[in-house]
Design a protein around this ligand. Sequence first.
Ligand code: F6P
Length: 342
Amino acid sequence: MRVGVLTGGGDCPGLNAVIRAVVRKGVQEYGYDFTGFRDGWRGPLEGDTVQLDIPAVRGILPRGGTILGSSRTNPLKSENGIRRVKENLAKCEVDALIVIGGEDTLGVATRLSDEYGVKCVGVPKTIDNDLSATDYTFGFNTAVGIATEAIDRLHTTAESHMRVLVVEVMGRHAGWIALHSGLAGGANVILIPEQRFDIERVCGWITSRFKASYAPIVVVAEGAMPKDGEMVLKDGTLDSFGHVRLSGVGEWLAKEIEKRTGKEARTTVLGHVQRGGTPSAFDRWLATRFGLHAIEAVRDGDFGKMVALQGTDIVRVPMGEATARLKTVDPALYEEVGVFFG
Ligand code: F6P
């Protein structure tokens, strides 16, 4: 048995931990051979492979990024993409594919598996934690830790200057990172894409915080939008998903806050810092368990499935279940956390 492995979409801490677990268990327990595909779906599309064996995965557990490289290439959008993927898998004598990715990458795996007979097992990853059917994706815990540390640091400088500090975190469609890091870091305002915000209300909170001698911290997810649609900082370009790329909600907020409250405001955009570096212990634990269960699914011939964390158990769910809709923040949870704002 030869198993192919690829990592697609935005990278995140823990990808290497999955690869290591898959290869070690696959080689040592089942005697499998492996082929790594470079840069997500680009690898099988172009037949670009990399050697994947025990020496190749030695020492990679704590390393961020992915030794296989990643991209957002989508064979369903490439000319003769499906035919080329199938031909290259056959040429490389790959019997089954472990696909480590988010909504987009696993969406491709779902279609290849369900409609074209490619034997795939999915492993969910994204710092955004917005994949359905799994309680957590690896990478999320690390990103929340990085954002929380940043918020802690921003509190002290905000207090020294009695300024508002706006922290923009990742999350185009889901506010999980903003919600978790905002709560952990004691932010005064948390804004998420799921709920349009009222800029007047935000400024009201900020003014009341200053009256109580606090320098407020605002955590905003990059996809958050004001209610009245006044934020026109779209740069007009489309991202790889065909969405209009939004930029600068953090900068926009700081300007509006200064204008409406008369208080000085600054913005920190955390950006890709949230995706880089070593995975947290939790993410290493989760990624390793996902890897061990993914290779077991291959051994069982249980294709078209994704490994998922439900409670403390790793289970297998139909891949389509995870990619059919995004897991966003429930309004009730947002309200519950809102008690602590201000
Ligand atoms: O999906 C993960 C993610 O990090 C999002 O939070 C973010 O909006 C996006 O990827 C950034 O993508 P890129 O690295 O392609 O700019």
